[in-house]
Design a protein around this ligand. Sequence first.
Ligand SMILES: *[C@@H]1O[C@H](CO)[C@@H](O)[C@H](O)[C@H]1NC(C)=O
Ligand SMILES: *[C@@H]1O[C@H](CO)[C@@H](O)[C@H](O)[C@H]1NC(C)=O
Ligand SMILES: *[C@@H]1O[C@H](CO)[C@@H](O)[C@H](O)[C@H]1NC(C)=O
Ligand SMILES: *[C@@H]1O[C@H](CO)[C@@H](O)[C@H](O)[C@H]1NC(C)=O
Ligand SMILES: *[C@@H]1O[C@H](CO)[C@@H](O)[C@H](O)[C@H]1NC(C)=O
Ligand SMILES: *[C@@H]1O[C@H](CO)[C@@H](O)[C@H](O)[C@H]1NC(C)=O
Ligand SMILES: *[C@@H]1O[C@H](CO)[C@@H](O)[C@H](O)[C@H]1NC(C)=O
Ligand SMILES: *[C@@H]1O[C@H](CO)[C@@H](O)[C@H](O)[C@H]1NC(C)=O
Length: 609
Amino acid sequence: MKSFGLFVGLLLAVGIRAAPSKDCEHNVKEAVTPPRGWSKVKPAPADHLIELRIGLPQPKFAELEQHLYEISDPFHERYGAHLSKEEVEDLIAPHEESVSAVDEWLADYGFASHELSRSPAGDWVKVRVPVSLAEDMLKTEYHVWQHEETGDAIVRTTTYSLPVHLHGHIDVVQPTTTFARLRGMKATYHYADEQDFIVDIAQPTIPIPSALNGQVNASCNASITPTCLRELYNIGNYTPQAADVNKIAATGYLDQYANFEDFHDFFAKYVPEATNATFDVIYINNGTNNQSLAAAGVEANLDTQYAFGLSYPTPATFYTTGGSPPFIPDDTTPDNTNEPYADWLAYILSDPSPPQTISTSYGDNEQTVPYSYATRVCKELAQLSARGVSLIFSSGDSGVGDGDSDPATQQCFTNNGLNETKFIPAFPASCPYVTTVGATWYIPEVTYYISGGGFSNYFARPWYQELAVPHYIKNLNTTYEGLYNASGRAYPDVAAQGQFFWIFDGGDNSQIGGTSAAAPTVGGIVSLLNDARLANGLPALGFLNPLIYAVGAILPDAFNDIVGGSNPGCGTEGFTAEVGWDPVTGFGTPNFGKLLDIALGNLGGLLEF
Ligand SMILES: *[C@@H]1O[C@H](CO)[C@@H](O)[C@H](O)[C@H]1NC(C)=O
Ligand SMILES: *[C@@H]1O[C@H](CO)[C@@H](O)[C@H](O)[C@H]1NC(C)=O
Ligand SMILES: *[C@@H]1O[C@H](CO)[C@@H](O)[C@H](O)[C@H]1NC(C)=O
Ligand SMILES: *[C@@H]1O[C@H](CO)[C@@H](O)[C@H](O)[C@H]1NC(C)=O
Ligand SMILES: *[C@@H]1O[C@H](CO)[C@@H](O)[C@H](O)[C@H]1NC(C)=O
Ligand SMILES: *[C@@H]1O[C@H](CO)[C@@H](O)[C@H](O)[C@H]1NC(C)=O
Ligand SMILES: *[C@@H]1O[C@H](CO)[C@@H](O)[C@H](O)[C@H]1NC(C)=O
Ligand SMILES: *[C@@H]1O[C@H](CO)[C@@H](O)[C@H](O)[C@H]1NC(C)=O
């Protein structure tokens, strides 16, 4: 059999030599309708350089997913047995045949195999080519597209083709059809004077049974500080013990710079015992972190101040990834591929010891990310999760809507060519291998109506949601039937406060909200749980969702359930927050004290099920 295989392989190689694959018949690999709001400006300059990323299939991904689910299932004997970088790479390596088929195709265009830039597992191949050559390779035409509202301009196409024999050897080629904009998910941003909040001296605290000592300072109702979150989420004075091994990180994109002076002012005022705290900055793909106060980024400041403020003294890292700003139509600088997730993922997957907790507050409508590309990005998030990283994402700030217009009046259209009215899920919030965070506000906590929630059209419902989600859908009866995908991965998984957060930004003490505030809050809390586990000689929590859904079903008071309120959008009232899990606030907000017990293995009945 072996020599027969070799013989066929030789024949194939000879065949390809005789008829270069570039001259083979091409079939369309992917075609998209550009999302609303983008218009075609002009043909892309022929000499504009783009970095083509070619994704080879990962035939053993199902095996990787099974490992991931076993090691993150609290009932499984392998719970916490995270995979090494090498084990993950072995599980995503492409077939030899795919590697040689792609190499031969690229050789036809003059790229020698040893000149190609490859990911460690070989599942991505990168080549820098002028638009004219990419157009020839992919039998397509690139254009400059502009976003009408923001003026963002990018070089993209709506369809591309590949030689027929390569369809099974290439999953995806980008940048081609991705129009996502990777928005920061902040909702509102307003300056406010702290004196505006008159604390009712007669009622200095609000009774909240789940809070620390059952009380929360009354000022926290419209004024969130790290102290408020420590009271409300029952963190108290938990002090990290594993700062030698535990790490936390926040990601930054879109020229969002985390400012050290703002960070210092924030700590001096709100975390005074940590006044001189700082964080590392890692620059990816020529990302920068301009320290001019005028360049400070409100999203980056919010994310770093809260994620790192809650987890201090855990060592903290801010990743600033270039790749955006978007391409400027008349500029032909080579290093702007505008695929920042891919750049960050390539970096972090090559890190032998990534931070155990990483918070991200960026995303876009799922439908603006082509299916093939979203699937690849999601699979890379699975790889990180399998390494034992807890990935926290914000759920979006537009309820069930698409965030492109007034939620009350907006109609939400699909861009699948059918222009149907549907709820619009967000990505990466919809990826089943990450933990997605919705938002609450006020004390006692209620649903914050902006809280992004819904059901993926790309990713099927994962096993860990098999109890909670069908239960919710059943109670919906026929409400919104046809507007959401009942078989999709549902989100968010949990929630946290998402409004009135005090930050320092550009030298000003101001307030901000959004699921962007909720995600770093959960990130900080998860990092403290990881600290407790590491300090006790246990592995980090890693991927959280199987644990969250088990706890939500069996030990529901580990989360403060939010009931009532909804997340309007697309001209509807959106989903309603119900008892237990719902696609508005997930299982609710964390009770750190209870989660700490669970994280340390005091599962209180969990294992009897
Ligand atoms: C409550 O908040 C007010 C205003 O921020 C602050 O002055 C006071 O010290 C806080 N009290 C407690 C018990 O945290
Ligand atoms: C907190 O503020 C909200 C909104 O103004 C209000 O409905 C609620 O009663 C306040 N909570 C308390 C305990 O006063
Ligand atoms: C922060 O650094 C300053 C200057 O070195 C020092 O005076 C101060 O005591 C430090 N504060 C804390 C809380 O360590
Ligand atoms: C970063 O910028 C330098 C100089 O502008 C350029 O030579 C280099 O290729 C860039 N690196 C990346 C990864 O884009
Ligand atoms: C940093 O930001 C400031 C304010 O936006 C700007 O004037 C300056 O040119 C920037 N510096 C660099 C090196 O980009
Ligand atoms: C989709 O349908 C709406 C309402 O019928 C219309 O306003 C809009 O222009 C359509 N969009 C596209 C891309 O056809
Ligand atoms: C609904 O979700 C499933 C599972 O992910 C998917 O296969 C299907 O295509 C989705 N349906 C629509 C209409 O998007
Ligand atoms: C679904 O039907 C049940 C039983 O009739 C009812 O109690 C519930 O309120 C309905 N749910 C919705 C969202 O209408």
